[in-house]
Design a protein around this ligand. Sequence first.
Ligand code: NAP
Length: 278
Amino acid sequence: MKRFATLIGLPLSHSVSPSMQQAAFDYYGIDAEYQLWEVREEGLEASLQRLRMPECMGANITIPYKSAAIPFLDEISDDSAKIGAVNTIVNRGGKLAGFNTDSPGFLRALEEDGDFDVRGKRVVVLGAGGAARAVIFAIAGRKPESITVAARNIDKARNACLVASNRGFRCDPIRCDCLRDSGVLDRCDLIVNATPVGLKAGESPLAAEYIRRPALVYDLIYRPTALLEYAAAAGARTLGGLPMLVYQGALSFSLWTGKPAPEHQMFAAARKALEQGA
Ligand code: NAP
């Protein structure tokens, strides 16, 4: 029986995940296919039900369903519940279990590839969506000095800050337009872009003049971005989203198969897919 895992989201064009996960299945000779299911909101419940079939190992969930999928699952991990988002579903004999691998994937890339220790540091997170919540959860667990969450809607920023409260840490919400002249950017050690601003060439969530030499600027987008260009020009270190993409995907693969992920092959496949315009 040929098995499968799938990515569920909308839209799904340009995803690197199929190449990366297929490389991992092929490395072990697992007879499985990584599929793409572009699903409209009204079809989400039916699509999730299909994950219960015996040949399905599970799924990755992406924008915009990381929170919307939760009510249709049988169980979710404690961390997913605190973050309020799942990006991985495992089919356990017809029962669906949800996990969040974005959060540990983000943290591993920050610490290993960014060589950054969050303890005692001042952090600014741009965005208040699913990825931002996973980031806030990860950082709050490492005892930073402060976390400021900037979003264009202050209520969403406040809501994302509750994720830190779930780890006993208080963080500060601020509106994007107030952040720029607040002085927070002058004092911070780490800026994380968890918005999609930068996916289009030349766009940046912060103008160059506001990047006043923090130690590290980390953009979750896994292509070169204007933000990282500005950061490098300001003398900051930079980290893109590719290592996080691979680490979160590697954790998903291990949850589905019980095997250590072939990360070298997954990195190579992801880089190749990006070069080919994924
Ligand atoms: P999301 O849930 O849709 O959240 C996006 C956030 O960005 C929201 O706070 C949104 O604000 C804000 N935003 C959108 N457009 C904006 C604009 N023009 N100006 C200011 N803020 C804006 O998406 P997500 O899942 O968190 O993903 C965010 C980014 O992280 C995406 O680029 C995604 O590709 C990336 N990501 C990367 C990885 C990786 O492995 N490298 C993993 C996950 C996500 P509103 O709520 O006001 O719309």
